[in-house]
Design a binder for this molecule. Structure first.
Ligand code: FMN
Length: 190
């Protein structure tokens, strides 16, 4: 039997009182019901990362790089900040470099009116630049704080679950295909 994909679930917000946990917890529950993924939740709040690039890497930075290297696929839970995505997330992405390459990335985004669409479109460019493969489908929650009930479930019944399932199916397709391809034929990065 094919081993499950190692899926890194990356938290995109480090803000005090962030909504990110509500969205990430919901997504995590969905992923845990599947057989095609094992999850490594990467929360930058819990990492002691340097404030500047370069210099001696902290133990947590080395650990982060190893976790990204071990991952077969990524899903980002990301809010929109000022028509983009949070700076803290960019710092994490830039701290890792080559280990993203030839791996698929999916997005669950949230925010105000836009539901994080602008954040995601910018991230697609960033990850393309890193030789990663952004997955077509994404999940968006406009006015996110109104979209979840007190138990952390989306109020839209099955719609969000269906959208996330489709996205995770696509992510798995790329995840398995690219894992096989990386093993057979080293990716010509650079
Ligand atoms: C600094 C900042 C800028 C924001 N800019 C936008 C924006 O441009 N578009 C949008 O839809 N929501 C925007 N919002 C709303 C956030 O997406 C929303 O508050 C979300 O819950 C933030 O995620 P977090 O609580 O996990 O940090 C902004 C929020 C903050 C704190």
């Amino acid at each position: 039997m094919t081993a499950p994909l190692n899926l890194a679930l990356l938290y995109g917000s480090t803000r005090e009182g962030r909504f990110c946990d509500t969205v990430a917890d919901w997504l995590r529950t969905l992923i845990d019901q599947r057989r095609d993924y094992t999850v490594d939740a990467i929360d930058p709040v819990l990492l002691d990362l340097p404030h500047r690039h370069g210099g001696a890497p902290s133990a947590d930075l080395v650990n982060l790089q190893q976790r990204i290297w071990r991952a077969d696929a990524f899903v980002l839970v990301v809010p929109e900040y000022n028509h983009g995505y949070p700076a803290a997330l960019k710092f994490v992405i830039d701290s890792v470099q080559a280990h993203w390459q030839a791996k698929p990335v999916a997005f669950v985004a949230y925010g105000g009116m836009s539901g994080g669409t602008r954040a995601v479109e910018q991230l697609r460019q960033v990850f393309s630049g890193l030789h990663a493969v952004p997955v077509r489908n994404a999940v968006h929650f406009p006015q996110a704080w109104d979209r979840f009930d007190a138990t952390g479930q989306p109020r839209d019944g099955e719609d969000s679950r269906r959208a996330a399932t489709r996205m995770l199916d696509q992510l798995a397709w790329y995840g398995y295909a690219l894992r096989q391809a990386r093993a057979a034929w080293p990716y010509p990065g650079g």
